[in-house]
Design a protein. Structure first.
Lengths: 190, 634
């Protein structure tokens, strides 16, 4: 024990640990070089740094030399900020933005294969239609319902269809875009 | 002291001259065989690119797919290829070269095992932000992914432990990729860059030109290191300094990388702030300077850790508040406002929450800060400085074995380190290994010069000292380079004795032999209740070993023999080794047990490791003796 003033634990409040705040879901958009291995770099970084990706959507952008990634991560502000800063360190990452608190459109698409009988089919179809979904495949004992919307809407439809028996479910994960004329892609410095 | 017979061998100047003549003959024969100029291939482009980047040495080891490069090396005489005995040593040597000289180090290996052997060294450079370009060959492009002979997904392996990496499949890409690799390795927060090149890319004909620096930078839109700190944040720091009563600078490697030592000292003098340093920050200030307070952290000086715990303003510059510095973050510097200056934005808020974060190059931020900082009269800090001086006197007197004898005159390690540093005029590069020896070097090296202390801080790589010291010796030939290694780390890479003899690299080796894995023993004594296991370490007769390698060597077991041996080793024109038989049970104090805080330092433990079997009069434990007590005698 050094006997240094102010050092006795209990007298001074403990220093806060980074990442110990309130957790919530964050939406991160990353514009990256469209090159082989970039997805691997992002995924490897998130794994190595102990960030848990809830969903990840990757696709082309307006420009053929870049791709866009949308990641959802759960954590406190510091933890998620750390994730974005680590992402920025990748040479192939051109722009990263946490858009959670911005005005955005957030959508995902789900395909849901539901077990049906002659009797239950109309009910399933009407649930889909009521939620701006549509039936994209029809067979004797199953239909595929396609739903596009906010993740909470998709959750609701999945919940409603569960009682009929879901044979298969696939979701794309969220993709987001800011409302208004602002563009993340246009902010990329070239 | 006993001296081994010096065996003149491969390292003699006559042997080197004949080797040179042989190479020239080979080169002439080759040109004749070709019957004229040959086309430029990828391997040529690689050599040109290295030379354009200012590289003059490559540490490497040949193998199947990298042979096209060795086939053209003779045509690029500006590049000295130094053949190591294991690729790990090539990576450490490139690292040591970079740390000592500030230039980018280059290492080379073949595919498969050659590449995986480099990995430990690349990781070492990554954790300590050392600029190294590691080049590996890979199987021809058509064989990639087919599990071909000596094929491994090496870019997949190095991806998380490099600043960036490349797989090059065409000769035309080589000039640009190499230029980019060097730019990325040395700029911003430096780090290793790995370039994997397929055999067909090395062999393919190419006319691709070398890019200019501005072309390289323009091609990297996702890489723009932020050099200048935010002016408003810097003003906040200046205000905080003006208000602080107990400010303390925590200087790290970033200050050395930015070459900001002069600005750091100016700030310290102007605002009368003492400087503490991290392991990799050693050398940031002359340790004899009145404002140099000392080495901090787990095995740092007690007075320094005390100053941190009582500080009201910690100014961390180019350091990362890592766990070896802070201990338990929750009890770290409870009353201090934390300032964090670093070029890497991701370091800020990673380990501690910073009150004043500043992203930027250490030198540039200090330059901006100086004009805003008020001059402080030393008298205004009289109470603070008096207290610091008292603490310092206390902690320095308790830890030091200045007499050279630890327990009944057995040689003490701290004394040896101090005599090596003094004997070399406090101007040599001291490369430490990992473990107790590393902490003794950090504490007792008495450093005065930037980049004169080399240590694997982040990764803590045993076996680092000898190969890294080779690199330092080539990188700064005007300085003496010592490798100070324990018998554990030394035995991990001692194959490089052949390299220093063959290439006549003048490394002076101080082997700190306690016939133990000393730090393991210390932890087992203190943390694991004396439950010793696997800490006894048999070793060869190092004089015979050195004789076999043709290396001058001395054995020293008494304090009074140390100075003469150091002088004798320094007098050798070339490599030499001193085998120090040091106390077997000496611990490094103070020590902060893992998970504890800086206020929980251990000064001594139990009987301080004293053992009746040890001492000038008692027998030493002989680990090669099958009847020797296993796992200690306590």
């Amino acid at each position: 024990m050094s006997g240094a003033p102010n050092s006795a634990a209990g007298v001074t409040p403990a220093r806060a640990l980074p990442g110990s705040g309130d957790e919530r879901r964050h939406l991160i958009v990353a514009i990256v070089n469209n090159r082989p291995g970039v997805l691997n770099r992002v995924a490897s970084l998130m794994r190595a740094r102990n960030f848990n990706i809830e969903s990840l959507a990757v696709s082309a952008t307006e420009r053929s030399d870049t791709s866009r990634m949308t990641l959802t991560i759960v954590g406190d502000e510091v933890h998620v900020e750390q994730a974005t800063k680590q992402l920025y360190k990748l040479i192939d990452v051109l722009k990263v933005q946490d858009v959670t608190d911005e005005a955005i459109v957030e959508h995902e698409l789900a395909l849901i294969k539901v077990r049906v009988t002659g009797k239950s089919r109309p009910e399933v179809v009407s649930i889909a239609e009521m939620h701006r979904g549509r039936v994209v495949d029809l067979s004797d004992d199953a239909v595929i319902v396609e739903i596009v919307g906010e993740p909470s809407e998709v959750d609701r439809v999945v919940e409603l269809l569960r009682e009929f028996g879901i044979k298969e479910l696939v979701r794309t994960g969220s993709v987001v875009m800011s409302r208004g004329s602002g563009s993340i892609e246009e902010q990329v410095k070239r | 002291m006993t001296q081994a017979k010096h065996v003149p061998g491969a390292g003699s100047s006559a042997a080197l001259a004949s080797e040179r003549a042989r190479k020239e003959m080979l080169r002439d024969a080759r040109i004749e065989r070709r019957g004229g100029p040959r086309p430029r291939i990828g391997a040529d482009a690689l050599c040109e690119a290295l030379l354009l980047q200012g590289s003059t040495s490559i540490w490497g080891y040949p193998g199947g797919v990298i042979l096209p490069l060795y086939d053209v090396l003779v045509d690029h005489p500006g590049l000295r290829h130094i053949l190591v005995r294991h690729e790990q040593a090539a990576a450490h040597a490139a690292d040591g070269y970079a740390r000592a000289s500030g230039k980018v180090g280059v290492c080379l290996g073949t595919s498969g095992p050659g590449a995986t052997n480099l990995v430990t060294g690349i990781g070492t450079s990554m954790l300590d932000s050392v600029p190294v370009v590691a080049i590996t060959g890979n199987v021809p492009g058509v064989l990639l992914g087919k599990d071909a002979f000596q094929e491994i997904d090496i870019t997949g392996i190095t991806l998380p432990m490099t600043k960036h990496n490349y797989l090059v499949r065409s000769a035309d890409e080589i000039p640009h990729v190499i230029a980019e690799a060097f730019h990325i390795a040395r700029s911003g927060r430096p780090g290793p860059v790995h370039v994997d090149i397929t055999k067909d890319a090395l062999m393919g004909e190419t006319s691709a030109p070398h890019p200019t620096q501005s072309e390289v930078e323009a091609g990297l839109p996702g890489y723009r290191p932020k050099m200048d700190g935010n002016a408003r944040q810097i003003k906040l720091l200046a205000d905080a300094i003006a208000a602080a009563k107990r400010p303390l600078i925590l200087a790290g490697h970033g200050v050395l990388i930015a070459q900001g030592e002069r600005e750091l000292l100016e700030l310290a003098r102007q605002a009368q702030i003492p400087i503490a340093w991290t392991l990799l920050g050693i050398g940031v200030v002359d340790e004899a300077d009145p404002l140099a307070y000392g080495y901090m952290g787990m095995h740092g000086w007690k007075h320094v850790n005390r100053a941190i715990q009582s500080s009201d303003l910690l100014i961390g510059i180019g350091m990362r508040y890592d766990d070896r510095v802070t201990g338990n973050v929750r009890t770290f510097a409870p009353s201090a406002k934390i300032v964090h200056i670093d070029i890497d934005p991701a370091e800020i808020g990673k380990n501690v929450v910073a009150d004043i974060p500043i992203v930027g190059d250490a030198k540039r931020v200090l330059e901006a800060l100086l004009p805003m900082t008020e001059r402080v009269d030393p008298a205004a800090r009289a109470t603070y400085f008096t207290e610091l001086a008292t603490w310092r006197k206390e902690s320095e007197s308790s830890a030091w074995h200045g007499s050279g004898g630890w327990r009944d005159g057995v040689l003490s390690a701290d004394f040896v380190v101090e005599r090596i540093a003094a004997g070399s005029g406090y101007d040599a590069n001291l490369t430490a290994d990992v473990g107790q020896n590393q902490m003794w070097v950090a504490r007792y090296g008495g450093f005065k010069r930037a980049n004169s202390h080399l240590s694997s801080g982040g990764l803590g790589t045993m076996g680092f000292a000898l190969p890294a010291a080779m690199g330092a010796a080539i990188g700064t030939p005007e300085k003496t380079s010592w490798a100070i290694a324990g018998d554990g780390g030394f035995q991990m890479t001692l194959q490089e004795l052949a390299t220093i003899v063959q290439e006549r690299i003048p490394v002076k080796i101080a082997l700190m032999d306690n016939k133990k894995l000393g730090m393991i023993r210390q932890w087992q004594e203190i943390v694991y209740a004396g439950n010793y296991h696997s800490e006894q370490l048999a070793g060869p007769d190092y004089l015979k070993l050195c004789e076999a390698y043709g290396l001058p060597a001395w054995k020293v077991a008494k304090p009074e023999e140390v100075d003469a041996a150091v002088a004798a080793a320094l007098a050798v024109d070339g490599p030499a080794l001193i085998w120090f038989e040091i106390a077997e049970r000496q611990n490094v104090y103070p020590m902060m047990p893992a998970g504890k805080g800086l206020s929980d330092l251990i000064d001594k433990w139990g009987d301080d490791g004293e053992d009746v079997t040890e001492g000038a009069s008692g027998p030493r434990l002989d680990p090669t003796d099958p009847n020797a007590p296993k796992g200690g005698t306590e």
